[in-house]
Design a protein around this ligand. Structure first.
Ligand code: SAH
Length: 319
């Protein structure tokens, strides 16, 4: 996977040389290139921002600088797109309706960097196990943005099927909203994601978060591939994980639950599953509401009933 990151602080990304992501880079599994947006400026001050049109506090990142940079990284020729609605939401139209999946429908199909901009949709052993998980283009342009849909494990799984990811880190009050809309109209698979309901100073941290979540799903990234199969938020019926303990079984007077040292694997599995259901019902009831009752085992349903949920419909409902 090739990862291009554009930022006014590219040195921030030396953090990606550490740990498993660093190893994945030395193994050649991923190649990370961090670029300085100011390299695409032409003025003596290398300025990338200007005052907001309509007034107000702060500065907004200029579209022209971003476009010069992104045209180069995406292999596109500059071109005016007067038909683009500067207020349209990016996610109004699903990706599969865009030029990424149907090059023939693109406003300018010949301009798509890779006209066959799709990955093989044959489902690999993806961990989210949901339809549409490989609905992702070969190249994806991603902008972190607090006023965008939340980035989830499902998005991470989907993006792990792309070949080339290009990230644009915002700073100040953010980037000119026409930039992502323009590239979407040029047939690029463009995404904006928030990593949580809070405001950061810039997109750099958000990109690191997304990259950790995406790259650890790449085949060969984790030493033990099993460790990404049973995790929080993972799988079609996603739950929070059960609690984990290691040795010694008694530490500072606190002993782990007996069942975990019983050697009875069936009992251990059931105990953990019940704990995952109970913790999720308590902390994230919204995840329980999304479970598919038909896919739950009899024992799961019994546990949920005992926790006060009704499980005879399509999805569980809190009584
Ligand atoms: N004025 C904006 C905040 C801009 S913060 C607003 O109120 O919505 C500057 C940049 O930091 C953003 O362009 C984005 O790239 C990044 N950023 C800040 N918070 C973020 C979050 N929760 N998720 C993803 N990116 C974020």
């Amino acid at each position: 996977m090739l990862i291009d990151i554009v930022s006014v602080f590219p040195e921030y990304f030396s953090v990606l040389d550490l740990s498993l992501l660093g190893k994945a880079q030395s193994k050649g599994l991923v190649e990370v290139r961090a670029h300085n947006l100011r390299d695409w400026t032409h003025d003596v001050h290398h300025s990338v921002d200007d005052t907001p049109v309509g007034g107000g506090a702060g500065m907004v990142m200029k579209p022209a600088v971003w476009a010069e940079c992104l045209d180069e990284l995406l292999g596109l020729e500059p071109q005016d797109m007067p038909q683009v609605d500067p207020t349209a939401e990016l996610w109004d139209e699903p990706v599969q309706d865009s030029a990424a999946e149907n090059p023939g429908d693109a406003a300018n199909p010949g301009d798509v960097a890779n006209p066959d901009n799709t990955v093989d949709s044959a489902d690999t052993a993806d961990s989210a196990g949901t339809a549409g998980i490989t609905d992702v283009a070969d190249t994806v342009l991603i902008f972190p943005n607090p006023s965008a849909p939340l980035f989830t494990q499902r998005d991470a799984t989907q993006l792990s099927h792309a070949r080339h990811l290009v990230f644009g880190c915002g700073r100040y009050e953010g980037y000119d909203a026409r930039v992502p809309r323009y590239y979407k109209a040029r047939g690029v698979d463009v995404r904006e994601y928030s990593i949580g309901d809070y405001v950061l100073n810039g997109g750099e941290v958000a990109v690191s978060v997304m990259l950790e979540a995406i790259t650890r799903l790449l085949p060969g990234f984790m030493g033990n591939p099993e460790s990404i199969v049973e995790e929080s938020y993972t799988g079609s019926n996603a739950l929070l994980e059960h609690l984990q303990y290691t040795r010694p079984t008694t530490w500072r007077g606190i002993t782990v639950p007996d069942v975990l040292t019983s050697g009875d694997h069936g009992k251990v599995d059931r105990y953990r599953r019940d704990q995952a259901l109970a913790r999720t019902a308590d902390i994230r009831p919204d995840l329980i509401e999304k479970l598919d009752c038909v896919a739950l085992s009899k024992a799961d349903r019994k546990t949920l009933i005992a926790l006060g949920w009704e499980v005879s419909g399509r999805n569980p409902r809190k009584l």
